[in-house]
Design a protein around this ligand. Structure first.
Ligand code: SAM
Length: 273
């Protein structure tokens, strides 16, 4: 785990008040209240360089994609198990709420590196078929072998693994392909992955620098990737229609989503046996 989150006391929640975190910055960009001065200051830097509307629209476009992907997976694909990795703080239209519209028995495990997510999640969730854990996806076994994951999810049946707006916090040295591959190796045929990611494609050099600078000093650095590099994360999966596209273009259902050129997103079904 990131040293900035490290705790030797499992009963103690480490909230780095002096360091901005991705979870709390995203919460602020979506209009949430679970953030601190340091997060608002980091976002103010982003707003000053990139434009507040652009940043907030990017966050909302991404969140709408997450919702539509879960809706598609639960309603159209019959998926009843979700591993939402880098889930962020609970907000409106959470994965479990959408999955349970299709089936109240749907099972959802939220995973985030930031312990504040589990702290807030525990207060929100009534338990039962939804749980939240603190773990680092860069150590896939710490997620996949977590006792709560073993208790909640049946890996012999399809599971949708959601990596929505999280891989841009994984550096090339941390080998994103290795991480996806480790999750894929545990998934049964008929399982899915959903990925969205900030992209260099269509972004000026100044805007790229602005996004990166916004995360200077945050607990995790920001890594932008090209569309081709994001596409590579789907190795071992077949993209479902409409493929890897701007999130607002992904199965829009007539929904009113902000439209930016900040991200790419897609959903893939596990290929092979
Ligand atoms: N997936 C949600 C969504 O799209 O609405 C939240 C996305 S938010 C931008 C990214 C989240 O990923 C943050 O809550 C952050 O703490 C989490 N995160 C970053 N690196 C992580 C890691 N290595 N393991 C687990 N979570 C991570």
């Amino acid at each position: 785990m990131s040293g900035k989150f490290e705790s030797t006391d499992p009963g103690e929640i480490q909230v780095p008040l002096g360091t901005a975190t991705a979870a709390r910055m995203y919460d602020e960009a979506l209009g949430g209240k679970d953030n601190y001065d340091v997060d608002r200051a980091a976002n103010a830097r982003l707003y000053a360089t990139i434009g507040e509307d652009r940043v907030r629209s990017t966050a909302m476009e991404n969140r709408r994609f997450l919702g539509r992907a879960v809706r598609f997976l639960s309603r159209e694909c019959g998926v009843r198990q979700f591993l939402d990795v880098g889930s962020g703080l609970p907000t409106v239209r959470n994965t479990h709420e959408i999955a349970m519209e299709a089936d109240p028995q749907a099972r959802v495990v939220y995973v985030d590196i930031d312990p504040i997510v589990a702290a807030h999640g525990a207060a929100l969730l009534s338990g039962g078929s939804t749980r939240v854990i603190t773990a680092d996806m860069r150590e896939p076994d710490s997620v996949l072998d977590h006792p709560v994951v073993g208790e909640m999810l049946d890996f012999d049946k399809p599971i949708a693994v959601l990596f929505v707006a999280v891989f841009h916090f994984v550096t090339p040295a941390e080998d994103p392909a290795r991480i996806v591959s480790a999750f894929r190796a545990r998934q049964a045929p008929g399982s899915y992955v959903a990925i969205s990611h900030l992209t260099t494609d269509g972004m000026s050099d100044d805007e790229q620098a602005g996004w990166r600078a916004g995360f200077d000093g945050a607990t995790v650095p920001l890594v932008l990737r090209s569309k081709a590099e994001i596409g590579d994360l789907f190795a071992g999966y077949e993209l479902v229609a409409p493929g890897l596209v701007r999130p607002w273009q992904w199965q829009p259902f007539g929904e009113d989503s902000p439209r930016t050129t900040s991200l790419y997103g897609g959903v893939g079904v596990r290929s092979g046996s």
